[in-house]
Design a protein around this ligand. Sequence first.
Ligand code: KG4
Length: 335
Amino acid sequence: MKILAFESSCDETAVAVVEDGRRILSDAIASQVDIHALYGGVVPEIASRKHVEVIAALTEQALREANCTRADIDAVAVTYAPGLIGAVLVGLSFAKSVAFALGVPLIPVHHIRGHIAANYLAFPELEPPLLALAISGGNTLIVDVRDYTDMEILGATRDDAAGECFDKAARVLGLPYPGGKPMDELAQGSAGGVYQLPHAHVEGAPLDMSFSGLKTAVVNLAHHAQQVGQELDRAALARDFAQAVSDTLVPRVLEAVRQTGRKAVAAAGGVAANSIIRGDLERACAAEGCKLYLPPLRLCGDNGAMIGAQGYYEYLAGHTAGMDLNAYATRDIGM
Ligand code: KG4
C-alpha cells in the first residue's frame, strides 16, 4: 500500500511516499529555517504562507522521486495535530483536496505518533509494545506505546519542551535558531562541570518534568555575566545545560521502563539528535538490559515519511476521516 503523506505542523513542509508503513519511496522536505532564523524563532504567519507556496511543487517532487503516478497512490495521510494551527491547516486542506481528487482514503495522523513511527522506518524489526521518549521543539513526553495506535502518556513536561529550552538557551549564548544543533556542537568543546544548574522534580509525579527553571537559570547566568562584564565559558554552559536536560530525561525513561516492564525504548523528535542525550540513553538502557532504538538524525526532525509510516498503521486500525476533518493546535496523543 502506497501512502502519500503530508507534514506541515511547524517550519518544514514535507511530502513523502511510504510503502506499507516501512519503506520510504521518497521524502521531500522544504525547510523554512533560514527565513525564521532572521527573527530568532518561528513566525507562525510566515510559516503558513511558505507552506502554501511550496506544497504543490513538493508533492510533484515526492511523486517523481518515488517513481509514482497519482494513480499509484492508495491513501493520503496528513498531520492534523498538534502544531501551529495555520501551518497545520495548509497541509490538511491540501491533503484533503488530493484525497478527494484521487478518490482515496484520508488518514489523520498525530504529529508525535508520527515522530515515534520514524523508528519503524529505521528499524524493520521494531514492533510495539515499546516505550517512547518523544522530545521535540513543542513536546516532551514519555509514552507507553502498547500497540501501533494504542498509546498512553506516562510522563510529560509541565511547562517548556526540551527543544524550546535548547532554542532559548542557544539564543542567549548568541547561537542561531534553531539552537539545538549549534548548542550540541558547542558542548563538544567542554567536559562541563562548571555551572550548577537546577534539576527540577514534580512533587508526586515522578515521570513528569519541568524545564522552565533550567531555561531561566541559563538566561539569568548569561544576563548577569553581561551586566558585570564577566566572560562566560560558553562551551561549558552548553555542556552543563545539555547534561541537565539529559539528567532530567534519562532517569525518568528508566523509571518508566521499570514501571511498565517494556523491553524496548525508542527515541523520537528533533532533540533525540542530541549527542549527550543519545550517549546517556545508550549507557542507561544497556545497564537496564533493554534495547534502545535511536533513529538516524534525518528521521529525528520533522519529515513526511514518519507521517506515512504512522498513517499506514492508523489505516489498518480503521482510522480514516471525512472531508470535515479539522486541525488542532493541541491534541492528546492517545486520541
Ligand atoms: O522534531 P522537531 O524537528 O520539530 C518539532 O516537531 O518540534 O524538533 C525541533 C527541535 C528544535 O527545538 C531544535 O533545536 C531541536 O529539535 N534539536 C536539537 C538538536 N537538533 C535539533 N536539540 C538538541 N540537540 C540537537 N542536536
